[in-house]
Design a protein around this ligand. Sequence first.
Ligand SMILES: Cc1cc2nc3c(=O)[nH]c(=O)nc-3n(C[C@H](O)[C@H](O)[C@H](O)COP(=O)(O)O)c2cc1C
Length: 161
Amino acid sequence: MNISEVITSRRTIKKFTSEEVDKGVILEWLQRARFAPNHKMTEPWQILFVGEKTRAELKHKTNFGDASKIIAVLSHKGRNQIERDENLSAVSCFIQNFMLQAWDEGVGTFWSSVGSSSLGRKTLGVSEDYEVAGVLAIGYSDEIMAPKERASIEEKITYLD
Ligand SMILES: Cc1cc2nc3c(=O)[nH]c(=O)nc-3n(C[C@H](O)[C@H](O)[C@H](O)COP(=O)(O)O)c2cc1C
């Protein structure tokens, strides 16, 4: 796929097949996701590979659609609110880089907020210095939903003099 096709065809996947996703390819996508823009080269991301015990303790309502692998992506809070916001922006770019590579290679993802609750943070053992940007379910898609309507970009643009 070219980049336009990857961006526009990607979908959140909520139902996965039982086929395993190789840890090696996940590591490759993470390696390349590092090229996300990040102010002052803070490289604010940390990744947790979530094992079976922790996964069960997260008590996700659909068990992440039975995804093969679960990772949590953390963002360093930095020294002040500006750094915190910028770091979270960088980590969001990191996550999108990851999801797009996975999609390009036939693997679906589901970005869940389950890690940001106090129970989620505790279960993942996240220190005060980090926030949980997302918990990502990773697997081969069993069902691909139709694209969700987006507002026209013209509605979102203001042209300044
Ligand atoms: C920061 C963030 C948190 C999200 N958390 C959840 C979530 O907790 N549960 C969920 O069903 N989807 C979650 N999503 C996925 C969105 O619902 C999804 O991207 C949106 O519906 C658009 O669908 P698409 O990704 O297939 O285009 C999250 C997405 C982002 C960016």
